[in-house]
Write a protein that binds this ligand. Structure first.
Ligand code: ADP
Ligand code: MG
Ligand code: ZN
Length: 494
């Protein structure tokens, strides 16, 4: 950690951080953007390659319609204006993962511009504006480690070369690492809902560069920015931004200036290091791609894509809050992923108790799923099916088991995958609502604690909870707590 990072509070008051994110998202197509090779992660290197994606001379690109479909979904789901005509361009640079010597991208005529993503801000919702979304091809991947020859040389895997990407460029509307994290979560949710991407940052299907600058509080003009690359998880995006804010603040405080440059995040050392001075657009010698015609997207195509979009997270969040009467915050958490939202909604409907459904999913289900996942809950890993949780809630609401016992039953359902009813019957966990045994337990507790009883009777009725606890213990947690309360009050005041 640099010493600069040790004083973020002083910094926070003097400067305002300004952040814009560039997110690259791989599209979930069957094949690559300009050839028929498979678009699939994780296979042996160079098994999905052809003359087009290897950049062999004379090979010609043909645009994949499904890639355009998915890019349009992303554009419409983020409320962008889609342009009837967009143009592919060559972005020229040399790097060993780029066999053609140029990347086919879009430059001055992108697919879509001027949209927004809704993020939660305090109790409400705020819009982060998008500048543009354009289509491009991914580059190959350099292999620096993990092979017998890795100490002598690096390899190149071209399976990723030509995988379809969209780049989503935000306006510099974000002002801290938390907001950046909010934005990324919201954007990822939209992309997942719309079926554009699998959102897997570890596998590189979502990649993010962060542009960070500072300005004195109250000043309108933007400061000079650094662009940070190599951010491979939400957590690292947040850490890198915090570090970069502290670094720039220390620099400015010491009378220095921020230089516009590209910096690399080193997750192991927790710092950014200078990589190169920032390239300018003219360095890339952009020109229109002569091998591809302009992309024309007519109103009918847009209407088709629009009609096929599912309900998106922001709309679903509002509906959850109004239809199920749950707090907006809860609705926000429950709609971050489509699978979690579907899970909750099934539990809510089948149990007939949306508030309990929300509580169970928010506290128990998400907690247990998060224990096992860095990037967020994976509902497919959930051993308790929504209808199983709904049954558990119905057992509580019918008075068959107590809420306390239900937590144990849930743990067992999680461990064994068994139904709630099966566990309750086998373990004899049915709630005791007969007065007889409860009254017997109460009598025992009262007889065994004369001192506490006297204190209560002198007016310290706040000790009632303690008595309830004693009775519950004697009944193995199975007594109906409402009945225990009633009978206890009667016994203690008598
Ligand atoms: P590029 O990085 O390709 O040169 P852009 O000018 O399009 O190009 O900016 C990229 C990103 O940097 C955008 O997300 C934008 O919001 C952000 N950005 C631009 N200027 C600043 C700034 N002064 N501070 C922070 N972010 C900025
Ligand atoms: Mg950039
Ligand atoms: Zn190919």
């Amino acid at each position: 950690m640099s010493t600069a990072a040790a004083k973020p509070h002083a910094t926070a008051s003097r400067y305002e951080a300004v952040i814009g994110l560039e997110v690259h998202c791989q599209l979930r197509t069957a094949t690559k953007i300009f050839c028929a090779c498979r678009n699939r992660f994780g296979d042996a290197p160079n098994t999905h390659v052809c003359p087009v994606c290897l950049g062999l001379p004379g090979a010609l690109p043909v645009l994949n319609r499904q890639a355009v479909d998915l890019a349009l979904r992303a554009a419409l789901a983020t409320h962008c204006t889609v342009h009837a005509v967009s143009v592919f361009a060559r972005k020229n640079y040399f790097y060993p993962d780029l066999p053609k010597g140029y990347q086919i991208s879009q430059y001055d005529r992108p697919l879509a511009t001027e949209g927004h993503v809704e993020i939660s801000a305090g109790a409400g919702i705020r819009r982060v504006r998008l500048h543009r979304i354009h289509m491009e091809e991914d580059a190959g991947k350099l292999l620096h480690e993990g092979f017998p020859w890795s100490s002598e040389k690096s390899g190149v895997d071209f399976n990723r070369s030509g995988v379809p990407l969209i780049e989503i460029v935000s306006y510099p509307d974000l002002h801290g690492s938390e907001e950046a994290h909010e934005y990324l979560s919201a954007l990822k949710a939209v992309l997942l809902y719309a079926g554009v991407s699998d959102g897997n940052m570890e596998e590189g299907s979502l990649r993010c560069d962060a542009n960070v600058s500072l300005r004195p509080r109250g000043r309108e003009a933007l400061g000079t920015r650094a662009e940070i690359k190599n951010l491979n998880s939400f957590r690292n995006v947040a850490r890198a931004i915090d570090h970069e804010i502290a670094r720039q603040a220390a620099l400015l405080d010491a009378g220095g200036t921020v230089v516009q440059e590209t910096r690399l995040w080193n997750a192991d050392r927790g710092e950014t290091v200078s990589m190169r001075s920032k390239e300018e657009a003219h360095d890339y010698r952009y020109f229109p791609e002569p091998d591809l015609p302009p992309l024309v997207v007519g109103p009918a195509w847009i209407a088709d894509v629009e009609a096929a979009l599912p309900e998106l997270p922001a709309a679903r969040r509002l509906r959850f809050a109004s239809e199920y009467g749950i707090p907006d915050y809860d609705a926000g958490v429950l709609t971050l992923s489509r699978e979690v939202a579907d899970y909750f909604e099934t539990v809510a409907r089948e149990s007939g108790n949306p508030k309990a459904a929300s509580n169970w999913v928010m506290t128990e289900v998400l907690r247990k799923l998060k224990d096992s996942a860095e990037e967020g809950p994976v509902v497919a890993n959930c051993p308790v099916r929504p209808s199983g949780l709904a049954e558990l809630i119905r057992l509580i609401d019918a008075g068959t088991i107590s809420g306390k016992i239900a937590k144990d039953v849930f743990e067992r359902m999680w461990a064994s995958g068994e139904d709630a009813r099966v566990i309750v019957e086998r373990e004899g966990l049915t709630q005791v609502s007969d007065q007889g045994p409860i009254q017997a337990a109460i009598d025992e507790v009262i007889a065994g604690n004369p001192g506490q009883v006297a204190t209560y009777r002198k007016g310290k009725t706040s000790t009632l909870g303690w008595f309830v606890g004693q009775v519950m213990r004697k009944t193995g947690g199975k007594a109906n707590p409402q009945l225990v309360n009633e009978l206890l009050k009667r016994a203690l005041s008598g």
